[in-house]
Ligand binder design. Structure first.
Ligand SMILES: Nc1ncnc2c1ncn2[C@@H]1O[C@H](COP(=O)(O)OP(=O)(O)OP(=O)(O)O)[C@@H](O)[C@H]1O
Ligand SMILES: [Mg+2]
Length: 252
């Protein structure tokens, strides 16, 4: 579904360039949920931008369903770390915005937006402005907006990064529910090892700059996932493996 082939990225600077990514290759299968984890500055956001066609790699290429990606596409939804909603637009009109821009007739756009608002659990808040929403609600509106073209691929860059631990847990469950309902191919960046293991079929670990793959860890936990799995021994063992790959020592 999504293939990264030998991706390298050098950001130009006055010092011969800053290498952010080095020879990153992987494949994501249709409907697979992959998490990307790694230390700050490892190039996770850069890689996600390349997968979205928002940034061009210096070397290598991205294939989407076998075709090289050269520009952003409607087939790829993107959720930024900050919700980035338009403050002067209501939830409904934020979610409708991509459809408006694509020239979808208003009635049709509204129907699709309302469905997604229900899917992310924001019914009743269609006419609310972003300033009156909690952080988690804003993120859910942003997820609805990213899903509005019904993209087969959804990319999320630390979508719960700014939320407290409890809200984060609820959002993770919510995201799984949405993924189970819509079966997208997902690549999500997170800093949280439990979150990555709870959500993903596979965790890709990037080592420090220049970002390169240090481990692919398959998560064999059964689905549907439940929060009590977080306390299973299998979960603890997987966490240890991810920690070891990242280079965090000691046990916890
Ligand atoms: N637009 C840019 N121009 C120049 N350098 C950049 C740009 N964006 C990122 N970088 C550099 O590339 C490297 C990787 O940055 P990136 O944001 O991809 O890391 P990250 O893994 O997402 O980090 P974090 O976990 O802190 O979000 C960093 O050294 C950063 O300074
Ligand atoms: Mg980042």
């Amino acid at each position: 579904m999504l293939v990264a082939e030998g991706i390298s990225l050098v950001y130009p600077n006055h010092n011969g360039g800053l290498q952010a990514l080095r020879d990153v290759s992987f494949q994501v299968a249709p409907q697979e949920f992959m998490c990307l984890i790694g230390p700050s500055g490892a190039g996770k956001s850069s890689l996600l931008h390349i997968l979205a066609g928002l940034e061009q790699p210096t070397a290598g290429r991205v294939l989407v369903e076998g075709r090289p990606l050269t520009a952003p596409q409607r087939r790829i939804g993107f959720v930024f770390q900050k919700a980035n909603l338009m403050p002067w637009r209501t939830v409904l009109s934020n979610v409708m915005l991509p459809l408006e821009l694509a020239g979808v007739p208003r009635a049709e756009a509204q129907k699709r937006a309302l469905e997604l608002i229900a899917l992310v659990g924001l019914s009743g808040f269609e006419n609310a402005y972003p300033s009156s929403l909690s952080g988690g609600m804003e993120q859910r509106a942003a997820i609805a907006r990213a899903l509005v073209h019904d993209p087969p691929i959804l990319l999320l860059d630390e979508p719960f990064g700014s939320l407290d631990a409890l809200t984060r847990e609820r959002m993770a469950l919510e995201l799984l529910r949405i993924w189970e309902a819509r079966r997208k191919t997902v690549v999500m960046v997170t800093h949280s090892i439990p979150e990555a293991l709870f959500l993903a079929d596979r965790v890709l670990v990037l080592g420090p700059r220049p970002g390169h793959i240090v481990a692919h860890i398959t998560v064999p936990l059964p689905r549907p996932r439940t929060l009590d799995m977080l306390y299973d021994k299998a979960f603890g063992d997987l966490s240890d493996r991810v920690r070891a790959a990242i280079g965090i020592n000691g046990s916890s």
